[in-house]
Ligand binder design. Structure first.
Ligand code: NAG
Ligand code: NAG
Ligand code: NAG
Ligand code: NAG
Ligand code: NAG
Ligand code: NAG
Ligand code: NAG
Ligand code: NAG
Ligand code: NAG
Length: 469
């Protein structure tokens, strides 16, 4: 399938060296930092949330309002920039990151702002909670308004309440549904990403606090994912299924971010457990690492199998997965250092392939999505900049080896501290219905329409995928 692409890559290597405006010496941390600075600048050139009348944190209007990206995608930009600061030390964008996370936190500090309730899924909310968690773990400067971990904890608490129970004979014997409000299209779908994000939140809150409750929940949600058949014994992570069929109509499409975030979760759980528990998580880390590298990095760089290479098949959501998975892999190396040999060399070839595409745009240095092409070949956009920025910055592993990943014991009090040991529920949402942050009157219809589009596109891509089998 990718042979054509490979020879193209070899050919165009010559061409792009001649015309590349973005030059990187992969042996030099300074060179990597300088290139990353340009990439970050270009990524931010698309952002206007800091201008008068615009909304901090969002990547422009959502699709139902004529924009390109859904609300959740904003969290990917902020996570990418937190990492950027962590790896390079450049704090140029820290104020924007803080403003974004604080503005989007919602009236109950649980990332359910009323504007977005109408299209709100558990994974959307969770990704914002994970950006806040990452800020705490990496000792990102504290906000005077709210502690990062409090936000994350509130997200987790709201989701633990929504997690359905076998004992109550709830749908599919448990698990989280995709959408939060029952009125949203997609409320009848249970999927891997929503549950994997919940597991990830728990894995990280568990390591941060040392409180075993989070780990027990992560374990329980992981067990559900395997029982229901979304995560297989050979570590394939399928997309999800509908409650009407008791989750038997499994959509077997495999997106890289599903297995990627499960891998990072397992690494966090491995890092904080001992004995047999630790062995179990270690086996999962090993299995997922192998599955991800074999499937998505077969040629040494990320190829998003379910959609890449077919015109228009990657929706704007899917265009963000490469950067996310890069960061999950790098984080796994930190938390589960026994994976370093396997992962680090792939991160290097991945970054080299990504940077080859960075010859586009007005300044001849912007990057494109398909790294298999070995050259710039598509319009410039935010996800391509963020993907490549992550691919490049994670090469600075040695720069951060002393910094580590903090817990509430090791965190710098001016950074990730959660203002004491608060374990409370905060003020988070009012349970199952996700009504805690208001009624989303503002754009209810538009949001639903947008959600339907997402579902339709998913089905379409699944169809394309099935046709290939
Ligand atoms: C918004 O942030 C960008 C990137 O840091 C910066 O270049 C721009 O001047 C800022 N705009 C305003 C209005 O502050
Ligand atoms: C919600 O929408 C209003 C009106 O556009 C805007 O002023 C506000 O910043 C938005 N809040 C969030 C969290 O997006
Ligand atoms: C870390 O969090 C746990 C659980 O909330 C708490 O018991 C412990 O005292 C905290 N440790 C520090 C140093 O804050
Ligand atoms: C552990 O975390 C859970 C969930 O947030 C909380 O209900 C419980 O009180 C915490 N336990 C301790 C000992 O801090
Ligand atoms: C639903 O599926 C689960 C396995 O995921 C099974 O244990 C349960 O019996 C099924 N329930 C019904 C009503 O078929
Ligand atoms: C170009 O990018 C768009 C998304 O920005 C995508 O839908 C399309 O498939 C890409 N074209 C090619 C040839 O990769
Ligand atoms: C846990 O993660 C830290 C990174 O902060 C790392 O130094 C340590 O070696 C890891 N522990 C294990 C058991 O791998
Ligand atoms: C964090 O939340 C706890 C209760 O959940 C609260 O006591 C504490 O003041 C909060 N800290 C900050 C800095 O918001
Ligand atoms: C959500 O809140 C609104 C307004 O507070 C209320 O009318 C509605 O019944 C609630 N919906 C659910 C499903 O609880």
């Amino acid at each position: 399938m990718k042979q054509g692409a490979l020879s193209l890559a070899v050919l165009s290597g010559v061409v792009s060296t001649a015309s590349a405006a973005l030059k990187v010496d992969f042996g030099s941390a300074d060179s990597i930092k300088a290139a990353a600075k340009d990439m970050a600048f270009d990524a931010l050139s698309y952002y206007n949330g800091n201008e008068t009348g615009e909304i901090p944190g969002m990547l422009g209007p959502e699709p139902y309002a004529g924009g390109k990206y859904w609300w959740w995608a904003g969290s990917v930009q902020w996570s990418t920039l937190i990492d950027y600061w962590y790896y390079t030390g450049d704090d140029s964008y820290n104020a924007l990151v803080t403003e974004a996370l604080v503005h989007q936190r919602g009236p109950n500090n649980d990332f359910m702002p009323p504007n977005h309730t109408a299209g709100l899924s558990n994974d959307d909310q969770g990704f914002w909670g994970l950006a806040a968690m990452q800020a705490a773990e990496l000792n990102f400067p504290a906000s005077p308004i709210i502690s990062w971990v409090n936000l994350t904890r509130n997200v987790w608490v709201s989701q633990a309440r929504r997690f359905e129970q076998e004992e109550k004979q709830e749908a599919c014997d448990g698990g989280l549904r995709w959408q939060v409000p029952p009125t949203n299209a997609g409320y009848d779908y249970k999927n891997t990403i929503s549950n994997a994000v919940f597991i990830n939140l728990g894995a990280r809150l568990g390591r941060w606090t040392g409180n075993a409750t989070y780990v027990e929940w992560a374990d329980r949600a992981w067990t559900w994912l395997t029982d229901v058949g979304f995560l297989t014994e050979d570590f394939s992570a399928y997309d999800g299924a509908h409650v009407q069929t008791n989750c038997t109509d499994i959509n077997k499409i495999e997106f890289s971010y599903n297995s990627g975030i499960l891998l990072q979760s397992a690494a966090f759980l491995y890092n904080q457990t001992t004995g047999d528990d630790q062995k179990r998580w270690r086996d999962r880390v090993t299995g997922l690492t192998k599955a991800i590298l074999d499937k998505f990095f077969d040629d040494g760089y990320h190829y998003e199998i379910p959609c890449e290479g077919r015109d228009g098949a990657c929706t704007p959501d899917m265009l963000f997965f490469k950067g996310m998975v890069t960061r999950y892999l790098a984080s796994t190396v930190q938390l589960a250092p026994f994976t370093k040999d396997a992962i680090s060399k792939v991160l290097k070839t991945n970054a080299e392939a990504a940077v080859k595409t960075c010859t586009g745009g007005d300044n001849n240095r912007q990057c494109s999505f398909s790294w298999a092409k070995g050259k710039f070949e598509n319009e410039t956009d935010i996800p391509s900049q963020l993907n490549t920025l992550s691919a490049l910055t994670v090469l600075l592993q040695d720069e951060v080896s002393q910094k580590g990943v903090a817990t509430n014991v090791t965190s710098n009090p001016s950074g990730g501290s959660d203002g004491g040991n608060g374990n409370g529920d905060g003020n988070s949402g009012q349970g199952q219905n996700g009504n805690g942050s208001g009624n989303g009157n503002g754009n209810g219809n538009g949001g639903s329409a947008g959600t339907t589009t997402r579902v339709t596109v998913g089905v379409l891509v699944a169809g394309l995928f099935a046709a290939l089998l």
